[in-house]
Design a protein around this ligand. Structure first.
Ligand SMILES: [Zn+2]
Length: 221
């Protein structure tokens, strides 16, 4: 598959102010300040990184997949994509991308979808929805009183969900490879919630969840 919008970043990992590896199946929540650059590296390839963004100032304002798709007139995210909030503001802009496309229509895996897509005995398996809820349950509720109702449509970085000419969604083998990354510039202070997908039942992460590396550049005020 052709890599569209391939843009490398000039930022060097040794200059990052934050650098952490998140193992497969783990969650992560962090505030990214306006002007900071945030990179997600697919360390071993074909991982799916389920991601939500919220305004750090207003916990009611969050990433809106439908507004983002409408504004850019394209279903896939890549370099130049502006991630639009429920208030019509730009949360972040994708400034570099060596993978080429990222999904925002496939949603996050859950116990329920695991049983519908695969089998009833998959219900107990760890899912992104569980990871999101765990992160939300353990953050500071005085600042961010998030719960089930705050699980908006998410982004699946590095995941491929091709859309057929008839409009059907299909899950396909990932197009990412070891070391591919996507980089975003925060246009306001945002809270990022990640589930590094633990899915073992579909080819989006090659049936083999793997770690990702998260880096941030710029002043942490
Ligand atoms: Zn998942």
């Amino acid at each position: 598959m052709a890599v569209l919008n391939y843009v490398e970043s000039a930022l060097r990992p040794e200059d990052a102010v934050y650098d952490q590896v998140v193992p497969a199946g783990e969650g992560w929540m962090h505030t990214i300040r306006k002007g900071q650059s945030f990179r997600i590296v697919d360390l071993e390839g074909n991982q799916a990184v389920d991601t939500l963004f919220y305004s750090a100032e207003d916990p009611e304002e969050r990433y809106s997949a439908v507004d983002t798709i409408r504004e850019q007139g394209n279903l896939f995210l890549s370099t130049g994509s502006k991630l639009i909030s429920t208030e019509g503001e730009v949360l972040l802009t994708i400034t570099a991308d060596t993978c080429g496309r990222h999904d925002t229509v496939g949603g996050a895996c859950s116990a329920e979808s695991n049983t519908v897509r695969y089998a009833l005995d998959k219900k107990h398996m760890h899912s992104c929805r569980d990871t999101f809820l765990l992160e939300m349950a353990t953050c500071d509720h005085r600042l961010y009183p998030w719960g089930k109702r705050d699980l908006a449509a998410n982004i699946n970085f590095f995941m491929t969900v091709p859309v057929t000419p008839e409009g059907a969604l299909t899950f396909a083998d990932g197009v990412s490879e070891p070391g591919k990354y996507v980089e975003l510039r925060a246009e306001m202070d945002v809270v990022c919630v990640i589930s590094n997908c633990p899915q073992l039942n579909n080819p989006c992460n090659a049936y083999n969840p793997t770690p990702v590396r998260l880096l941030i550049w710029g002043a942490d005020v």
